[in-house]
Design a protein around this ligand. Structure first.
Ligand code: MN
Length: 415
C-alpha cells in the first residue's frame, strides 16, 4: 500500500484501517454541482468538451445535469448521453415525477434521485413530513427502476438528519431497488473521524450497500472526508474538477484521485497525466481561476524559489516534492527571485552551457535578489482588484435587474 518513498513506512500499523476498495467508480459532479457554483454556466457544447476529456481521463460516471432545469440543460444531457463516450452518463432528478420523466426522456442509463433529509430542510425548505419524504422517494425510485435505469438515491444533508429517519428512508428505497446509496455532507460539517463513525453506523444499520459519498469543502475537509469514506468502504466518490461546486466547492477530482494512487497505492484506472489539461480546460470554461497554492493543479504546486528548496529538489526531487510533476501532466518550475540561491543559478546557466566564475555568480545572485525585492507587485495587484470587482460577483447586476423590473412595469417604491 502506498509508496514507501512518499511516507515513512507506517503502513503495517495502519493497513487494516486504511484499506480501500480497489474498484472505485469516480463520479464526476463538475457539470452539475460544479455548474451550480454562482456565475458558472456551461453551454451544451462546453459540457460536451468537458465530458469528452473526463471520458478520455477515464472517469467512469459523469453527472451531466438536471434535465428539468431548462430546455438547454435537457439538450446538453441528451447530447452527452448519445455522444458515445466511454463514461456512463447520469442525470439528476428531485423526487418529483416530472423531474424523473425528464431524466427518462433524456436517454441516460443512470439517474440520481435526490431529496433532503434533515429536519431543517424538511421543516423550512420542503415543508414535508418524514412520511411524505419516504413516499416521494419510494415512488421516484420505483418509477426510475421501471424505466430500466441504474438508480442512485441521494439525500441532501444526510449527516444532519435523524439517524433513525435516514435508516428508514434508505431501507425503503433499497426495498424498491435503489442500486447505489449516496450519503451527502451537504454543508461540509463532517470531520474525518466523525464521518468514519457515521459511515460505519450507516452500514451497520442499512446493511452492505454500494456506497457513495458527496462531500463539501466548507471547512476545507472535503478531500479528507472523501478519503475517509473510501477507508470505510465507499466505492463511488463524488468529485469535481478543481474542487468546483456550491460555496467552497466539492472534493476535488485531482486531489482524491492522486491521493488514492500515491498515498494508498490503489490504481484508479485514470489517466493522471491528463489531469492538468482537464483542470485548465475547466478553469477556462468555468471562469473560476485556480488558487495559486491549490494542491496539484495550482500554479505553485510544483514551483520552487527558496534557495534551500531549489537546492534540495535539484539534488533529488523527493526532498521537497512528494510526486513528480509529470505524473499529473505538469512540469517543475524554478523561480528566480528574492529567495534564490546559487544552485538554481548554476542549473539555469546550464541551459546555455554557460560557465560563470564564483565572483560572477555572486554578482548575478545579488542582482537577481535585488531585482526580486524591487519587482513591481502592481500588475498582480491590479489583476486581483480587477477580478474582485468585475468577475468575483457574476450574475445579473442590480442595474440590469431593476431595468428588467421596470421594463415589465412592476410597481416599485424607492427605498
Ligand atoms: Mn452538493
Amino acid at each position: 500500500m502506498g509508496d514507501p518513498e512518499l511516507v515513512a513506512d507506517y503502513h503495517p500499523q495502519t493497513a487494516q484501517a486504511r484499506r480501500i476498495p480497489t474498484r472505485l467508480v469516480f463520479w464526476d459532479e463538475t457539470l452539475r454541482d460544479g455548474e451550480q457554483m454562482p456565475g458558472v454556466h456551461f453551454s451544451p457544447k462546453e459540457k460536451l468538451r468537458i465530458a469528452e476529456l473526463l471520458s478520455a481521463v477515464g472517469i467512469p460516471l459523469i453527472d451531466a445535469g438536471i434535465p428539468v432545469v431548462s430546455a438547454e440543460e435537457a439538450e446538453a444531457v441528451r447530447w452527452l448521453a448519445s455522444a458515445g463516450l466511454r463514461s456512463d452518463i447520469l442525470a439528476s432528478a428531485r423526487t418529483v415525477p416530472r423531474d424523473v420523466e425528464a431524466v427518462v426522456d433524456s436517454g441516460v442509463r443512470h439517474i440520481a434521485v435526490f431529496i433532503a433529509a434533515s429536519p431543517v430542510h424538511l421543516r423550512f425548505k420542503l415543508r414535508m413530513s418524514e412520511d411524505e419524504v419516504v413516499r416521494a422517494a419510494v415512488e421516484s425510485v420505483r418509477r426510475a427502476k421501471e424505466a430500466g435505469l441504474h438508480v442512485a438515491f441521494v439525500t441532501e444533508d444526510t449527516v444532519r438528519a435523524r439517524f433513525d429517519f435516514v435508516e428508514r428512508l434508505y431501507r425503503a428505497v433499497v426495498a424498491v431497488g435503489a442500486d447505489r446509496l449516496v450519503v451527502a455532507d451537504t454543508v461540509g460539517v463532517m470531520t474525518p473521524l466523525t464521518f468514519r463513525w457515521y459511515l460505519d453506523e450507516f452500514i451497520r444499520r442499512i446493511g452492505p450497500a454500494d456506497l457513495s459519498v458527496h462531500c463539501h469543502n466548507d471547512f476545507g475537509l472535503a478531500t479528507a472526508n472523501t478519503l475517509t469514506a473510501l477507508e470505510a468502504g465507499a466505492t463511488a466518490p463524488h468529485v469535481c474538477v478543481n474542487g468546483l461546486g456550491e460555496r467552497a466547492g466539492n472534493a476535488s477530482l485531482e486531489e482524491v484521485a492522486v491521493a488514492v494512487e500515491r498515498l494508498y497505492g490503489v490504481r484508479t484506472g485514470l489517466r493522471l497525466d491528463r489531469l492538468y489539461e482537464l483542470s485548465q480546460l475547466v478553469e477556462e470554461l468555468s471562469g473560476v481561476p485556480i488558487a495559486a497554492n491549490k494542491a496539484l493543479v495550482g500554479y505553485n504546486a510544483f514551483s520552487h524559489e527558496a534557495g534551500i528548496h531549489t537546492h534540495g529538489v535539484l539534488a533529488h526531487t523527493l526532498t521537497y516534492e512528494p510526486i513528480q510533476p509529470e505524473e499529473v501532466g505538469r512540469r517543475r518550475e524554478l523561480i528566480l527571485g528574492k529567495h534564490t540561491g546559487r544552485a538554481a543559478l548554476v542549473e539555469k546557466l546550464k541551459e546555455r552551457r554557460a560557465r560563470a566564475t564564483d565572483a560572477q555568480l555572486t554578482e548575478l545572485l545579488a542582482r537577481i535578489k535585488q531585482r526580486g525585492e524591487q519587482a513591481s507587485k502592481q500588475p498582480a495587484a491590479e489583476y486581483v482588484r480587477d477580478y474582485r470587482t468585475r468577475f468575483a460577483h457574476p450574475g445579473i447586476s442590480d442595474a440590469e435587474f431593476w431595468a428588467m423590473v421596470d421594463d415589465l412595469q412592476i410597481p416599485t417604491e424607492r427605498p
